[in-house]
Write a new protein. Structure first.
Length: 105
């Protein structure tokens, strides 16, 4: 399955989660939990696969992302590439998200 196929297969679930989160700041309600950090990582990876268009497709997730990056403690770590590795998402032999940019073998 190619990148767009992965995004397309996730769309029904993302539609449901986006609707469910419409009035929530975080996955479990008003307080951030470990689940938010896991979901954040999945959204970042899906945004990569969607060519940076995921937040435009889902304004709820764009607002969710903004809550993360506007948190002073998170923003400080996120801005420091020595403390927070943003890429690659997977190992170097992965089909996508590898350091060498190739699809892997």
């Amino acid at each position: 399955m190619d990148e767009q196929g992965i995004v397309n297969s996730c769309t029904p679930l993302l539609d449901n989660i986006s609707k469910w989160m419409a009035d929530k700041n975080w996955i479990a309600g008003q307080n951030i939990t470990w689940l938010d950090f896991a979901f954040w990582e999945y959204l970042e990876m899906l945004d990569f696969l969607a060519g940076g268009k995921l937040n435009a497709m889902y304004p709820t997730f764009a607002a969710y992302r903004e809550r993360f990056v506007s948190n002073p403690a998170f923003a400080k770590i996120w801005a420091d590439d020595n403390k927070c590795m943003k890429y690659p998402f997977n190992g170097d032999i992965a089909r996508f998200g590898a350091r060498n940019g190739s699809a892997g073998n």
